[in-house]
Design a binder for this molecule. Sequence first.
Ligand code: ATP
Ligand code: MG
Length: 242
Amino acid sequence: MNPMLVVDNLRAGYAGVPVVHGASLHVARGEIVSIIGANGAGKSTLVACLCGLVQPMSGRVMMDGRDVTAVPAHRRQASGIAVVLEGRHLFPELSVRDNLAIAEATGERQRRGHRRLTRDEVFELFPVVRERLASPVGLLSGGQQQMVAIARALLLQPDLLVLDELTTGLAPIVVKDILNVLTRLRDRGLSLLLVEQSIRIAADLSDRSYVMSVGRMVHEVGADDWPRLLADDALVKAYLHG
Ligand SMILES: Nc1ncnc2c1ncn2[C@@H]1O[C@H](COP(=O)(O)OP(=O)(O)OP(=O)(O)O)[C@@H](O)[C@H]1O
Ligand SMILES: [Mg+2]
């Protein structure tokens, strides 16, 4: 197997204090991989390294064999990584249309020749986004905003979509809709890296998962390993907070 994303021995933190202590992982083309772990484990810091918002102290982020560790955030999409950050980071006063237009222009400029999805195909995945094009994003429900955030990331035409805390705080019916879309995206060859609070969602959706604790990957879990993992009370308590 030739992994598309390789994170190798990454150390990263804030003001010189590391919170990620040598984390390594990989994602293959067309794979859904999850990272689960307790609050403060360093998951979002790792995601920030993937999109260039935090510069690691050491270690590497490789995409398609290319070292992208030092590529700045505004150029990171060019390497095929798009991220939906925890909290979405949309522009609430701007319309849905304008939020998407910014990403679409970036996707066209930085990912020429790599286009996977047209704007209409994205609207087909999320019909409600098309219906709300004229609305300021801030007036949409949490679930609708999350769909706009995913649509925006897709218009960056990534090969790898990274989603931090995608489902937290959303109604189960919305979560179901969004997870269906993720499966359809995977079927079209997109790779997905999810940071997920819900073990159930990680277990149902992922080809593989990593358990992260105190800045490191402490377990790698294959799709068939979940029953064994979840039966291990001590492990669940230690790393996943029940
Ligand atoms: N901007 C920041 N400045 C300083 N410390 C930070 C910053 N962001 C995160 N931290 C600290 O880094 C550690 C890891 O945080 P991080 O947000 O990466 O964890 P997480 O696994 O995503 O947690 P959660 O499940 O709560 O989202 C925590 O101790 C946190 O307080
Ligand atoms: Mg986080």
